[in-house]
Design a protein around this ligand. Structure first.
Ligand code: KIV
Ligand code: NA
Length: 274
């Protein structure tokens, strides 16, 4: 089997061929996506997509470890990165290290991702110096939804543009191998991509970013509670599932399912032998 994509290899893609990224939460999804992507993110978006919470805040470290392990069992090629959930890293570099070390040792993932720019610089440096590759996440930060007052794009005012630029630069300076740029005005995201030394991975950002990521369930039409403008839907698998469930229901009610081919039948003569 070919070797797994490493975080230094992702880092080296700055300015090169776009880095293809998607989220995955389960073994089977990881198996389907692995041949097509450079990086699989076990995002804390699973709190909304899998568990039905209305934000990512209730997600726990144990949930991230369970899903990170599941994805690792399905991914042989992609670089697998696991989100540090809300409350598991913001208190101190030591808390972040403790949480990130559990993710690394219990899942076998290649690194962690955390939200926050300048304020997280010390923490990112602390983790990287101790052997934990970090992907940063700046711009729209879903774990800060209560401070921001909603899921809103940033970079519209000069002050916001300066802040997200400083945040991305601080993450590069602190040793992050890449930075996710979410919900950021296109020209601002393009300018940051030109100015920072590490790859930018855009989501609601810019085609100029060094890579792109989306939530897989959004891409495949498996989640429709809320679809941000930056999502491009490539399939309607949710619609297919509804149709299949309706067909199954009709078959069961009409006793068309199971057919004899789905049943265990006695071998001829086998049952009656004395
Ligand atoms: O949690 C997540 O899925 C993410 C990506 C959308 C970047 O952080
Ligand atoms: Na996330």
């Amino acid at each position: 089997a070919a070797k797994r994509v490493s975080t230094p290899q992702i880092r080296a893609r700055k300015g090169g061929e776009p880095i293809v990224c998607l989220t995955a939460y389960t073994t089977q999804m990881a198996r389907w996506l692995d041949p097509h992507v450079d990086l699989l993110l076990v995002g804390d978006s699973l709190g909304m997509v899998v568990y039905g919470f209305d934000s990512t805040l209730p997600v726990t470290l144990d949930m991230m470890i369970a899903h990170g392990s599941a994805v690792m069992r399905g991914a042989a090629h992609a670089c697998v990165i696991v989100d540090l959930p809300f409350g598991s890293y913001q208190a101190s570099p030591e808390q972040a290290f403790h949480s990130a070390a559990r993710i690394m040792s219990e899942t076998g993932a290649s690194g962690v991702k955390l939200e926050g720019g300048e304020v997280m610089a010390e923490t990112v440096r602390y983790l990287v110096q101790r052997g934990i590759p970090v992907c940063a996440h700046v711009g729209l930060m879903p774990q800060a939804v209560n401070v921001a007052g909603g899921f809103k794009a940033t970079g519209r005012s000069d002050e916001e543009a300066r802040q997200v630029t400083r945040d991305a630069e601080a993450m590069a300076e602190a040793g992050a191998f890449a930075v996710v740029l979410e919900g950021t005005l296109e020209p601002v995201a393009a300018a940051i991509t030109r100015s920072v030394s590490i790859p930018t991975i855009g989501i609601g950002a810019s085609p100029a970013c060094d890579g792109q990521i989306l939530v897989s369930e959004d891409v495949f039409g498996l989640f429709s509670d809320f679809t941000p403008r930056f999502v491009k839907r490539y399939a309607d698998l949710g619609g297919k599932i509804s149709e299949a469930a309706a067909a199954y229901s009709a078959d069961v009610k009409a006793r068309r399912f199971p057919a004899m081919e789905h049943c265990f039948l006695p071998k001829s003569g086998g049952q009656s032998r004395p």
